[in-house]
Design a protein around this ligand. Structure first.
Ligand SMILES: [Fe+2]
Length: 244
């Protein structure tokens, strides 16, 4: 009996292929993370990386925080240690908003762990990290749509997309719920490069100092700064009203 040699193009096969691609390209980078992975409670690197790289969903459909944390560690920690420390700080800020966010705390924490994965050499494509991260989550991880949109639009990304001349961000990702976006932006804007708590003003000043005035990030933050401060103030006001 003849056997068909046609490739399996089903969605399931595509996803398995994507998982194997992650496994293959990330495997070498992740070897040194075995011990870290174990300390984070995850399984060792190896064949089961497929399931490690595609976070499972919690009972209400949001990706599981622990598996997302492990994925972020594997993407950021090997070469971007300081970015990883910042990410840990942002996730901690998200957990601190539980009195305000209630059941949505987990959603914002998931987005916090993932918001900067676009900087990872594994994920980086265009060099604009909100878009690269959101596309990776959408196309490879097949993440929740709201998580993709939060990552795409975090911390004034739309303004920077305009400065960079990248219409694809707005074309491909709708704005998420404004309160969720403000919460994630608050978390990002109140954790410094090492993950330590700072005021929004301190965070913005540090970014403006880090990038020269002609740099696209500097120009973008000059434009988006007032909106970022408003977003953080809105969160603090709601937090106060909620007794947090
Ligand atoms: Fe960040």
């Amino acid at each position: 009996m003849a056997t068909s040699l046609s490739p399996d193009t089903s969605p399931q096969a595509a996803r398995i292929h994507a998982c194997r691609s992650i496994t293959t390209c990330a495997h070498n980078r992740l070897q040194s993370l075995d011990n870290t992975s174990r300390s984070l409670g995850g399984p060792p690197a190896g064949l089961r990386l497929c399931t490690d790289s595609v976070p499972s969903r919690s009972v209400w459909g949001v990706m599981d925080v622990e598996s997302v944390k492990l994925m972020a560690a594997r993407l950021l920690q090997p070469e971007l240690g300081r970015r990883w420390e910042h990410t840990r700080g942002v996730a901690g800020r998200a957990r601190s908003l539980s009195g305000l966010l209630g059941e949505r705390t987990e959603l914002v924490e998931v987005a916090a762990w993932l918001h900067d994965i676009g900087y990872s050499p594994v994920v980086r494509a265009t060099g604009f990290h909100p878009l690269d991260g959101a596309r990776y989550l959408r196309d490879v991880v097949v993440a929740d749509d709201v998580v993709c949109r939060l990552v795409a639009h975090h911390s004034g990304a739309l303004v920077e997309a305009g400065e960079r001349g990248i219409p694809e961000l707005a074309d491909e990702f709708d704005l998420p719920d404004s309160e969720l976006l403000e919460a994630l932006t608050y978390c990002d804007m109140t954790a410094d490069v090492d993950g330590c708590p700072v005021t929004v003003e301190e965070r913005l000043s540090e970014i403006l100092m880090r990038y020269p005035s002609e740099h696209v990030v500097h120009r973008s933050v000059v434009r988006s700064g007032p909106a970022l401060m408003r977003a953080a103030a809105n969160v603090q006001r709601r937090l106060g009203a909620a007794g947090g």
